[in-house]
Design a protein around this ligand. Structure first.
Ligand code: SF4
Length: 352
């Protein structure tokens, strides 16, 4: 499997958009994360958006699809269906995913996998560039303790993951299949077992990620990562030519580092939409009315993105604000570091 730059970013593959931003032009985001549904069938103990309270809100299909076409025309390149709930609790998820691809936008999904039946996989997998399954344990006991779910959900998730891998093989699809475990004291002894299970299914990668505290989350967790290096070494042994292990050591190191940039310029390249149709700069501020750019029930996506309100909100993420309110190791960390260096070149840049 090709390297997917999990601990880095891919903005360097969009030089024209970056050049336009650097010269002060109005640009459109490259990526958007969309919450199809506010509801979730699990209550994971590490859930960053537990404060959104899993409201059974569904993104309105018709309004969203009308905007989707506009987004594609304006240069949006990808959508990750994830957000504040489980995307597959939206009954039209497969259709929305297919339409995304049809409008020229790459689609991906993050899911706990319990509702991703073989039928749903057949319906939408060909339109998905990648699928990431969130799975926090290899045994029923650990999985149910962390996911706070129905008995037997681990078995259901694993069966669906195996079926998805089979659909990929049968249909000769290029969809990248990954599983992600959030490293917690409860699951550290099951990581190797899970890596082996996922590899045997024919997945492309397994990733282990640290917990990072969301400022508004009710879940307050402190994790001691002193054993992380050893765990990383152990699990890395399960990597093969066709199966990558991404142990996010850099993300663990980042937890203890101050952000070395003074603005969140990455907000020009990425945005979030919740299941109510609100457009936000960042998942950390989801649910806070002051940070809503606008809503697709009232305005089109281009009207919202280009509005004075959206520009003002993006500009408010200055040094003081970021250091007081932002999350360590956030989604745009690496992108912000890159953009900061571009905007603030050091000496002798012509001696390449
Ligand atoms: S948490 Fe990160 S991505 Fe969100 S606004 Fe702050 S710096 Fe930007």
């Amino acid at each position: 499997m090709e390297d997917i730059r999990m601990d880095s970013h891919k903005l360097l593959y969009h030089p024209q958009r970056v050049a336009d931003w650097l010269s002060g032009k109005q640009i459109y985001p490259i990526e958007m994360e969309v919450g199809l549904s506010g509801a979730c069938n699990h209550r994971c103990i590490f859930c960053a958006v537990d404060y959104m309270e899993y409201k059974p809100k569904l993104l309105p299909k018709d309004i969203f699809l009308a905007n989707l076409e506009l987004m594609g025309k304006k240069g949006l390149k990808s959508i990750i269906y994830a957000g504040e709930g489980e995307p597959l609790t939206h009954p039209d998820a497969p259709e929305i995913i297919q339409r995304t691809k049809k409008y020229g936008i790459d689609a991906a999904m993050s899911t706990n996998g319990v509702l991703f039946t073989k039928e749903k996989a057949v319906d939408c997998m060909s339109a998905l560039s990648w699928i990431r399954f969130s799975i926090a344990g290899a045994t029923d006991e650990t999985y149910e303790k962390i996911h706070q779910c129905r008995k037997g959900d681990l078995k259901r998730a694993l069966q669906n993951m195996a079926d998805v891998a089979m659909v990929k093989r049968q249909q000769k699809l290029s969809t990248t299949l990954g599983a992600q475990l959030l490293l917690l004291p409860e699951n550290k002894s099951e990581i190797v077992q899970l890596a082996r299970m996922v590899r045997e299914m024919g997945f492309d990668y397994f990733t282990v990620k640290p917990f990072s505290q969301h400022p508004s989350s009710k879940a307050k967790i402190t994790v001691d990562y002193s054993e992380a290096e050893e765990i990383g070494r152990e699990v890395k042994e399960y990597e093969t030519e066709n199966f990558k292990i991404y142990f996010r050591s850099q993300s663990i190191d980042n937890l203890n580092m101050e952000k070395p940039y003074s603005d969140c310029e990455g907000l020009n390249f990425m945005t979030y939409m919740d299941a109510a149709g609100n457009l936000f700069p960042c998942i950390v501020f989801m649910g806070q009315d002051d940070f809503i750019y606008g809503n697709i029930h009232e305005q089109t996506f281009p009207e919202i993105w280009e509005s004075e309100r959206a520009k003002k909100i993006r500009a408010a993420f200055d040094c003081k604000f970021i250091h007081a309110h932002c999350r360590k190791n956030c989604r745009l960390d690496e992108i912000n570091k890159y953009l900061h260096v571009l905007k603030n070149p050091g000496a002798h840049v012509n001696f390449i």
